[in-house]
Write a protein of this length. Structure first.
Length: 194
């Protein structure tokens, strides 16, 4: 990767450009900085989520996700560079299978609500979807300069964050029971009245 930052206020971006890891400069409004920024925002939201009480295994997973997102951002900052490894995606698949197996089957849509930790996980999920859209758009403009791994990682991560929100709604430090917050649909209302 490029040089490490030795100072933060460089003033080199005052002209509306930003430096990539290969030392080229691009407009801050172009697709690559946009995708990098969305990934950075996602990582920051996960950092906020980590301030909440949660099972140790979920915490470990999210800390590793933060490192992987940093790798993903590094890969995005250098066209043609590979930093996100295949095992990162495999880890998300394994976590999805593990945590999904512990949850009751969904019979209705759920709201992004419940405990504070679950609500924050839903915010992370929506930011992951936005980052994924930015990476997809970047791939459409830059073609072969972008591997599928970043897009796939973000897609799978948003699914995992949905599942973790459900896990976090059930995690109560006081030992009490928790559940998802269900959408009050007309279909569900009719079914309960019957």
């Amino acid at each position: 990767m490029g040089k490490r930052l030795t100072q933060i206020a460089t003033r080199t971006g005052d002209d509306g450009t930003t430096g990539l890891g290969d030392n080229t400069r691009v407009s801050k409004s172009s697709g690559r900085p946009h995708a990098m920024g969305d990934v950075d925002e996602l990582n920051s939201h996960i950092g906020l989520l980590l301030c909440e009480d949660m099972p140790g295994s979920v915490r470990e997973l999210l800390v590793d996700v933060q490192h992987q997102l940093f790798n993903l951002g590094g890969e995005l900052s250098i066209p043609g560079f590979e930093l996100l490894k295949d095992d990162a995606l495999a880890q998300l698949d394994a976590a999805l299978a593990h945590y999904n197996a512990q949850l009751p089957r969904l019979e209705e849509f759920i709201l992004p609500a419940g405990t504070r930790a679950a609500a924050l996980a839903h915010v992370c999920r929506t930011v992951a979807r936005r980052a994924e859209r930015a990476v997809v758009a970047l791939g459409q403009t830059e073609g072969d300069a972008l591997r599928p791994a970043p897009r796939q990682y973000l897609n799978r991560l948003s699914d995992l964050l949905f599942v973790l929100a459900r896990v976090l709604n059930r995690h109560r430090p006081d030992g009490g029971a928790g559940d998802d917050v269900y959408w009050k649909s007309e279909r569900l209302a009719r079914a309960t009245q019957s």
